[in-house]
Design a protein around this ligand. Structure first.
Ligand SMILES: [Zn+2]
Length: 296
């Protein structure tokens, strides 16, 4: 009977956290915060339950989060220090082994949380690396052979809509990672996405990112923008529809080494030189149509 209470709580707390993370797709920080919120009401039942909930909540923080907010840490430490282990003994809800385990986990949480790096931004839900990974992982989930740019963008933004609206850094991490995914799958990044990336100023993210993360995000953005310097070197400017045909041909040349697409203006053969990031594509009639892309 007593044994069941302890084991049940541990199982339920972990399941609750897993559900928030894997089913509701929340970030680590948010999934842990919601888990505590769900169990908080049960802490008033007994000192034993309070201790189990707080200690396993603390365990999630020290094992799953890479940083912790000062406030979260201080609140947790204050509550942990209010746990009365004498009362727990008197309540007799735990076996000797469980009591010992709880106490050793208590010490473990206190020791580890004091050594954790601190977070300063209260608003960001995702860690930089975590969000990059999540966007990439989600892309693999939705990836199909016949998918087009519009579908990819629609899917990514419906999945990460909430996060894009949360902080600027989260929004830009999603846009940047999406841009990289499009480039690596031979798609051309649509103007509206590029415009958002171009108008972004890293300083506006304030304390949302670490210095090293700001540097990395800036480098990734510059690479995307550099990759997308496409010049229309035709005598007569190409239309959007013509450029689409040329981009498709570039993709064919890079993927298959050849293509059956003909010049969208005159129907003659297309010539290609270079690779995905730097190339020149033109009509065999040199006067007709041509595009040049200069990558980094
Ligand atoms: Zn032509």
């Amino acid at each position: 009977m007593m044994k069941i209470l302890y084991e049940d709580y541990i199982t339920e707390i972990n399941e609750c956290y897993d559900d928030y993370k894997n089913e509701d797709k929340l970030s680590t920080v948010e999934a842990i915060a919601r888990t505590l919120y769900d169990f908080e009401g049960l802490m008033y039942r007994s000192e034993t339950e309070k201790a189990i909930i707080l200690i396993f909540y603390g365990q999630l923080i020290v094992s799953e989060q890479s940083r912790v907010l000062v406030n979260t840490r201080d609140n947790l430490l204050e509550k942990l220090n209010s746990i009365d282990f004498m009362t727990i003994k008197q309540e007799q809800k735990l076996t000797v082994e469980q009591y010992d385990e709880l106490q050793s986990k208590f010490n473990d949480v206190i020791e580890k949380i004091n050594r954790m790096p601190l977070d300063t931004c209260r608003l960001a839900r995702w860690y930089y690396e975590e969000l990059v990974e999540e966007v990439n992982r989600y892309f693999l989930d939705i990836k199909r052979n016949d998918m087009n740019v519009e579908q990819i963008i629609r899917d990514i933004f419906s999945r990460f809509n909430r996060d894009c609206n949360n902080t600027l850094s989260e929004k830009m991490i999603v846009y940047t990672t999406l841009g990289e995914l499009l480039i690596s799958h031979f798609f051309i990044i649509p103007e509206e996405i590029l415009a958002e990336i171009k108008s972004f100023n890293i300083n506006d993210t304030k304390d949302q990112l670490l210095q090293v993360e700001k540097k990395q995000l800036t480098e990734r953005i510059n690479k995307i923008l550099g990759n997308q310097t496409i010049m229309d070197t035709s005598k007569k400017k190409t239309t959007k529809a013509e450029r689409h045909v040329l981009y498709k041909a570039v993709k064919d040349f890079c993927e298959k080494g050849n293509n059956d697409i003909v010049c969208p203006r005159c129907g003659k053969k297309l010539e290609f030189q270079g690779n995905l990031t730097s190339y020149r594509i033109s009509c065999e009639d040199g006067e007709c149509i041509s595009l040049t892309a200069r990558g980094l």
